[in-house]
Design a protein around this ligand. Structure first.
Ligand code: PHE
Length: 369
């Protein structure tokens, strides 16, 4: 080659002539507008605006042109590239908008549709009340003791000083498992846990025992064949009836607020002396007694509410469990949890407590808290 190419004929340098540039632009614009997704647009962009696109190739040729032709071609190619870039940006924005619109339709969530949520459960009021009762004793440092519901007849009766022909042992009261001589019963109270605690623990013993008890009782508004009791047992040196009284007063006040207890003599084989424990009505404090114009639903205007049984642990029970009665003495008490829930929460019918209606639980557990 000799000297610069002064006889440049743009027609011969096809990638740079106006028709070819125009054709490259037209092809680019056509493909951009044909692209309907961002992925397709990307392919079109690589083909028409990428490093190897006709317009880029043409751009590279510019340098080889003579000055005048270079300026023409430069302007032409520059305009072409900016038209392509402009078209690309416009199309990209259009597609992005269409895709967004499509996603907004496709992924639309109808927040007004009814949802089928599984109904939430609730803590059963009996469970809530027992927890609350236990808390009173745990706060004083007592331990929670539990025993089996299928119990040895010996622990349910003999260890607790029930004589062999005690009427409570008969089949009218007790649910025997297997034959009446099987030695196994469904425990008729939580008191066998007293014997279990004494047999298995070091002294002193301060335990509270919540649990189910079974009796061959009627199923009616005030009786359930399966019910719950909470039992307390203390065996330590120097324990007296006064300690029992103080404990019951504290328990009653922790559960019901302003109230106190009274004891009425009673008989249980495993306590001596034994008593029924009554609660002064925590609603009217006795003010409804003798005032028919101011009746009290909670105590039926009697001023006192029967709550449970209690007493000083009979030394025979302590001896049956190997406790030295010269050194140790104790007290025990037991309350029905269903009965407590009835007068505490105005629950009128015990049968409601075993229906399993979550609305009942929600209403009463809310109150019991
Ligand atoms: N176990 C007795 C009952 O079921 C209640 C009770 C417990 C009485 C502890 C005295 C002491 O009726």
């Amino acid at each position: 080659m000799s000297g610069p190419n002064t006889n440049y004929d743009p027609v011969q340098v096809t990638p740079l002539d106006a028709d070819h540039v125009e054709a490259a632009v037209a092809a680019a614009l056509a493909e951009f507008s044909a692209a309907s997704t961002l992925a397709e647009l990307k392919t079109a962009r690589l083909a028409h605006a990428g490093d190897k696109s006709p317009i880029a190739m043409a751009n590279r040729e510019i340098g080889a042109l003579p000055p005048q032709a270079r300026r023409d071609a430069g302007r032409r190619i520059g305009q072409a590239r900016s038209r392509i870039a402009q078209a690309l940006a416009t199309r990209e924005a259009e597609i992005a908008e269409t895709e967004l619109a499509r996603r907004l339709v496709e992924e639309r969530v109808d927040v007004t549709l009814p949802v089928h949520l599984a109904p939430e459960g609730a803590i059963h009021p009996i469970t809530a009340l027992m927890d609350q009762m236990m808390d009173v004793f745990v706060a004083m440092g007592w331990e929670v003791a539990e025993g089996p519901e299928l119990e040895a007849e010996w622990l349910n009766f003999d260890a607790l000083n029930f004589i062999p022909d005690h009427p409570a042992r008969t089949m009218q009261d007790t649910l025997f498992v297997g034959q009446p001589d099987s030695g196994q019963v469904l425990r008729t109270h939580t008191s066998p846990v007293q014997a279990r605690a004494l047999l298995s623990r070091e002294l002193p013993v301060y335990v509270v025992c919540p649990g189910k008890a079974y009796r061959a009782d009627e199923y009616d508004a005030t009786h359930l064949p399966v019910f719950h009791q909470i039992e307390g047992l203390v065996v330590d040196r120097g324990i007296t009836l006064a300690d029992l009284r103080g404990t019951l007063d504290h328990f009653a006040q922790a559960m019901f607020g302003r109230t106190r207890t009274r004891m009425r003599p009673n008989y249980f084989p495993f306590t001596e002396p034994s008593a029924e424990v009554d609660l002064q009505c925590f609603v009217c404090q006795g003010a409804s007694v003798g005032h028919p114009d101011r009746p009290c639903r909670t105590c039926k205007s009697e001023g006192w509410i029967e709550w449970g049984g209690c007493g000083v642990v009979n030394p025979r029970v302590l001896q049956a469990c190997g406790v030295d009665t010269d050194l140790y003495s104790g007290f025990a008490f037991g309350m029905g949890v269903e009965r407590t829930l009835m007068f505490r929460n105005d629950a009128e019918d015990m049968r409601d407590m075993i229906e399993g209606d979550v609305r009942y639980s929600r209403a009463l557990t809310g109150l019991a808290r």
